[in-house]
Structures are given as structure tokens and as C-alpha cells.
Design a protein around this ligand. Structure first.
Ligand code: AMP
Length: 447
């Protein structure tokens, strides 16, 4: 099996990769890094979640650090184009993480926010620019960025770029690039338009194709639970009674949300911590280490803070809040079921999140089975007229028990024995599907 040490990466880059907890390169990394280090052009058919960022970032960092040069004002040496600001910032974060032992500078340029700090960053000098096309063109037209010195050009998510109507901007940018350069193009799909762009851009490229993220998604046993916003915490407390949830990563949309959830878990007696942007780096590091070492059972995180987290043996991912971006969903659930292990992803979905769920299901091309056998199930949300109707799943999760960890394996459904306070679910009476079925069995265990 190939390891990172077999890939001829420099010691500083290897060290950063190891710090990030990676040991084995993903298939796209294994196939792309050697030819890229030789300076070849590359056509990569790969989706987010396959490790493609490191596949292009590591050779890029190695190339730039091989001949150390001072970061020049306005004249970067490498350009990475991405279709969205989220992806651009994520790539920039990855470059910083992988390049933390190097003396290279990178900055990110995207629209929808004041250009001033971005202009200042390129003026100060940068080796790498990660950008979305529109804002980059603006800054180029104003003379803040010049592409004459570009040695490596990377076009990420080319298909999405074209879908979003950026083709003309991309072509204008390409026209300003030097002819002699290394070019990489990544795309999840290869429609004729992308193929055309690829053949006009790449010279004798190596082609690397890896299985789509769907395979990652398919390995994860996914469930959705319909629950009102104000009952999510109670539902989480209930789920945590299940001892099968050994190591769980819980995602919230906001930093405050993460803190609130972690506090609630403490109150429920669950060892947990939260990591997010408002926490000092060393506090985040400590939380992560405790999670890795198994000293805490739950780590609550926002998407941004969770980037780069690589912990083996995450048995469950819980989306306390559904992300509004389907890619984040794929990223999140990919934290479990790593390295051949199985994993489970449970998503709480409130009324406002039905639309997010629909987008996610479109992206992953499958519908997420509903699990309604919990005391907080909301029929109203499940029957939301705007939502696609699906038969709810009955019985256990492939034999897995949920919640109410005092379940004794006698076939009890999760959630039968606890509601807030008095040991009864809030849906009693409201939820005709289950009232009368579970009422008498509740044992009233309080979390
Ligand atoms: P990407 O497809 O580049 O967005 O990467 C998806 C996720 O995989 C990110 O969270 C990376 O931190 C993680 N990752 C990338 N390469 C590896 C690796 N070799 N081993 C473990 N995790 C990785």
C-alpha cells in the first residue's frame, strides 16, 4: 500500500500532512501527486470528498517551495479558480494547513464582500491566489492582480463553474495566463463543454478518474428525523442514551448553537466539547485531541471548524442542523465510515430545513430514509406539502437501537421510554401514528 512517504514529498509537507492525521493517500492523491510533481498537466475527474484538494495542493506547494522566491506584490505564481466563495476559502484553508511549515503566502479573492482586504493582501505580496472568477476579473481590470508570472493554474469544479455561467469570465482569465505553465482541471462530471475546455487548456494531460463521492455516501447509513427546532436538544439527549453512539461528531450551523448543544450534552452527562471559530486555536486543538483519544464522546462543531478534522472511528455523525449547502452534507457524513468502517449519519430536520433536505437528496441522488420511531417525531414536518412524500422507515435501523440507552435489547423501539420531564414524548396525542402504541411502555428514564 502506498503511503505519503512513498510520494517524494518534501519533509515539511509530509510533516504537515501527518499533523493533519493523514497517513494513507486517497486514490486521487496516489494517482495525481507523482505526475504533478513531474510537472505534467492533469485532467482529474473527481468530486469533493475524494481528497482532491490535497492532490493538487501538495505538489503545488512543493513546486513553489523548491525555488524559494519572495512573494511579489500583485503577481502571484499560482492561481486556483473555484466556483464558490465557500470552496475558495476552503482551498485556501487547506493550503495554509498543508503549507504551515513552508514560507509561502496565499490569499483568497471572492465577491459579495468588501474587496479592500483582498486588494491589500495581493498588494502585500502572495505566492498563490485562490479566487472565484468574477471578483478576480474585477481586480485584474483595476490593475490589482496580474497573471504574467503564473506558473501553475488550477481550475477546480469546472463543471459547476460552467453550470453557474462563469465560462466567459473563465475564458477572459485564461487569456491572460502565460502560455508556458502547468495546468490542472478538476471536474466531477465530464460533459462535452468541460471536455472542450479541457482540450483547449491542457497539454498532453495525465487523466485521473476516481469513484465519485456517491460511493462514500453509500457507505454511510443515513437517516433523517423530523423534529421541531425547539425539540432538537431533547431528541439529541435521547439519542445519546444509545451506547452504540461511541464517538459522535455533531454539526451545528452556528458557533452559539455549538456551545448550546455542548452545554446541553454536559447537562445530560455526556462528555463533550465544542470547537468553532470563536475558540482559541489551542482550545480547539485540546478538544480535538480529547476526542481522538476517546476522552470525550461527542464533539460539536461548525462546518468551518470541522474542516481538516480527521478522526478515525467516528461511529456517528449527527446533523443537529442541516447544512444549506449539499456539499457540506457530503463532507460531514464522510467523517464517519472511513477506511472501510461503517458509519451512521443522522440528520435532524425542522420545518425550515425541508428545502435543504431536498437539495441534499438531489445532490446525492438518493432519498434519505425517514426514521420516525422517536418521541419527538413531527408529523407536520414530515407531511410538509412542499416535501416529497416517502414511506417512513419502521422498526430499527438495520438492527441498531437508538436513544434511550437503557433499552434492554428486547425489541424496544428507541424513544419509547423518555419524553421531556415526565417520561412521555411530546407527540403523544398529537401523533396519531404512534399514540397508543408506545404510551404504556415508557419507562420515564430522564437523560
Ligand atoms: P477534499 O475532497 O479535498 O475536499 O477532501 C475531503 C476530506 O478528506 C477533507 O476533510 C480532507 O481533510 C480529508 N482528506 C484528504 N486527504 C486525506 C487523506 N489522505 N487521509 C485522510 N483524510 C483526507
Amino acid at each position: 500500500m502506498t503511503t505519503f512517504t512513498d510520494l517524494n514529498l518534501s519533509e515539511s509537507i509530509l510533516r504537515a500532512v501527518m499533523d493533519g492525521g493523514y497517513t494513507i493517500p486517497t486514490p486521487i492523491q496516489e494517482k495525481s501527486i507523482p505526475p504533478l510533481l513531474e510537472g505534467r498537466d492533469l485532467l482529474g475527474v473527481a468530486q469533493t470528498g475524494t481528497g482532491k484538494t490535497a492532490a493538487f495542493a501538495l505538489p503545488l506547494l512543493q513546486h513553489l517551495s523548491k525555488t524559494p522566491r519572495k512573494a511579489q506584490s500583485r503577481k502571484p505564481l499560482a492561481l486556483i479558480l473555484a466556483p464558490t466563495r465557500e470552496l475558495a476559502s476552503q482551498i485556501n484553508d487547506s493550503l495554509r494547513a498543508y503549507g504551515k511549515h513552508l514560507h509561502l503566502r496565499s490569499c483568497v479573492i471572492f465577491g459579495g464582500t468588501s474587496p479592500r482586504p483582498q486588494v491589500q493582501a495581493v498588494n502585500r505580496g502572495t505566492h498563490i491566489v485562490v479566487a472565484t472568477p468574477g471578483r478576480l476579473l474585477d481586480l485584474m481590470n483595476q490593475g490589482h492582480v496580474r497573471l504574467d508570472e503564473i506558473e501553475v493554474f488550477i481550475l477546480d469544479e469546472a463543471d459547476r463553474m460552467l453550470d453557474m455561467g462563469f465560462i466567459h469570465d473563465v475564458k477572459r482569465i485564461i487569456a491572460k495566463l502565460p502560455k508556458k505553465r502547468q495546468t490542472l482541471l478538476f471536474s466531477a462530471t465530464m460533459p462535452a463543454s468541460v471536455q472542450g475546455l479541457a482540450s483547449s487548456l491542457l497539454v498532453d494531460p495525465v487523466q485521473v478518474e476516481v469513484a465519485p463521492t456517491a460511493t462514500t455516501v453509500e457507505k454511510v447509513d443515513q437517516k433523517v428525523m423530523f423534529v421541531s427546532k425547539d425539540q432538537k436538544r431533547a431528541l439529541l439527549g435521547d439519542l445519546m442514551n444509545n451506547p452504540e453512539i461511541e464517538r459522535v461528531l455533531i454539526f451545528t450551523r452556528t458557533k452559539h448553537g455549538a456551545d448550546r448543544v455542548a452545554r446541553h450534552l454536559h447537562e445530560c452527562g455526556v462528555r463533550s466539547d465544542a470547537i468553532h471559530g470563536n475558540k482559541a486555536q489551542n482550545a480547539r486543538q485540546r478538544a480535538l485531541e480529547s476526542f481522538r483519544a476517546g476522552n470525550i464522546r461527542a464533539l460539536v462543531a461548525t462546518d468551518i471548524a470541522a474542516r481538516g478534522i480527521d478522526v478515525d472511528g467516528v461511529t456517528h455523525v449527527i446533523n443537529f442542523d442541516l447544512p444549506n449547502d449539499p456539499e457540506s452534507y457530503v463532507h460531514r457524513i464522510g467523517r464517519t465510515a472511513r477506511a472501510g468502517a461503517t458509519g451512521m449519519a443522522i440528520s435532524f430536520c425542522d420545518h425550515d430545513e425541508r428545502a435543504y433536505l431536498r437539495d441534499i437528496e438531489k445532490t446525492i441522488r438518493q432519498s434519505v430514509p425517514v426514521f420516525d420511531e422517536h418521541p419527538y417525531h413531527s408529523v407536520e414536518i414530515a407531511n410538509d406539502p412542499g416535501a416529497t412524500k416517502r414511506p417512513p422507515q419502521r422498526g430499527g435501523f438495520k438492527g441498531k437501537r437508538f436513544g434511550s440507552g437503557n433499552g434492554n435489547g428486547n425489541g424496544q423501539r428507541h424513544g419509547q421510554n423518555k419524553g421531556p420531564g415526565q417520561g412521555r414524548g411530546p407527540n403523544r396525542g398529537r401523533n396519531s401514528q404512534r399514540s397508543g402504541r408506545s404510551g404504556g411502555q415508557r419507562s420515564g428514564k430522564a437523560a
